[in-house]
Design a protein around this ligand. Structure first.
Ligand SMILES: [Zn+2]
Ligand SMILES: [Zn+2]
Length: 343
């Protein structure tokens, strides 16, 4: 089959590779669409230690069942599907309790690190365990379905916070996931939603897709402005969707006493935390990782148009042209958001 292979750090090549091996519990998927994730773009230079070449990246995909393993009975060739970006083992205590994102033997598709190499979906075919597959609603296109992983991350994060009707919320960092968090917060019954980012274009989009206001993170007294735009005392909830120290500090500073912060971004391995502020304001911090069973909900929201993703998709281009699009994303071309590679 043909695949887009990360041959060396920062070097991708579209080339012929062996077909995936289909295990007895696996389903072979003919890939139709696969989105380029920020973690692929950031990771391909070796900085994260999770894209060690050679690796076929890609974990935001959709396609058609091509073949089923010997023990697979619930799927048949021709079905339109998507699959979790995380391969969970199905047997550890976390999988048994439905917390599949915390699986002890978790592998992420398209990732190679010290512990494992798991080829992903920037290829004609990918083999995945049947238990991580989901059927696509009839009216949902492969391109939109490739956005479900990002939607599920946002929906999971919103589920980590305890939201009361009309709560005010702050979303710091409105890239793809951040904008989806805004939409999920709206659906979950939030009141005032304020988006914060360094990029005005992103803020404008966040406002078109559900935020009530957009604030520049580099504005003078950004934290005070955030608090005053959330009724003076600060926001009930905050979501950090960057993963660096400054946005984290801003999110904390924008919260009211007793508020809660949900952490999604994790670009930095560690950051300074204003400990006394967290303690004396009795703030709650929640980590949020990937998703744990939200796919069916998210597919339904997408199919019914309750979560809008078209505005987030900048380009739909052939997989064969993937290398040049990775280059454009790495150079940070203005206005370029999600790029979906199709076959
Ligand atoms: Zn991703
Ligand atoms: Zn497990």
């Amino acid at each position: 089959m043909k695949a887009l292979v990360l041959k060396q750090y920062n070097y991708l090549q579209y080339e012929e590779v062996p077909d995936p091996v289909v295990g007895p519990e696996d389903v072979l998927i003919r890939v139709k669409a696969c989105g380029i994730c920020g973690s692929d773009v950031h990771g391909m230079d070796g900085s994260t230690g999770r894209r060690i070449p050679p690796i076929i990246m890609g974990h935001e995909a959709s396609g058609v069942v091509a073949e089923t393993g010997a023990r697979v009975t619930s799927w048949k060739a021709g079905e339109r599907v998507t699959f979790d970006s995380t391969i969970s083992c199905g047997t550890c205590r976390f999988c048994q309790s439905g917390e599949i994102n915390l699986c002890d033997n978790r592998r992420v598709l398209g990732v190679s690190c010290d512990a494992y190499r798991q080829h992903g979906a920037f290829a004609e075919y990918v083999a995945v365990p049947a238990r991580i597959l989901y059927r696509l609603p009839e009216n949902l296109s492969f391109e939109r379905a490739a956005m479900v992983e990002a939607v599920s991350i946002a929906v999971h994060a919103v589920g980590r916070a305890r939201i009361l009707l009309n709560d005010s919320a702050l979303v710091v960092g409105v890239g793809t996931i951040g904008v989806l968090v805004v939409q999920a917060l709206r659906l979950a019954g939030c009141g005032r939603i304020i988006a914060v980012d360094l990029d005005q274009e992103r803020l404008d989009l966040a406002c078109r897709l559900g935020a009530d206001g957009g604030l520049r993170a580099d504005a003078e007294d950004a934290a005070a402005t955030v608090r005053s735009s959330c009724g003076g005392a600060g926001a009930d909830l905050a979501f950090e969707v960057v993963g660096r120290e400054e946005p984290l500090q801003l999110a904390l500073a924008g919260l009211r006493k007793g508020g809660s912060l949900t952490l999604i971004g994790n670009l930095s391995r560690s950051v300074a935390l204003p400990l006394q502020e967290v303690v004396t304001k009795e703030l709650s911090l929640h980590g949020s990782c990937a998703s744990a069973g939200e796919y069916p909900t998210c597919l339904d929201l997408l199919a019914r148009g309750k979560v809008r993703v078209d505005e987030l998709i900048s380009a739909v281009v052939p997989l064969a042209e993937g290398a040049s699009w990775f280059g454009r994303l790495r150079r940070g071309e203005p206005g370029l958001r999600k790029v979906i590679l199709v076959l």
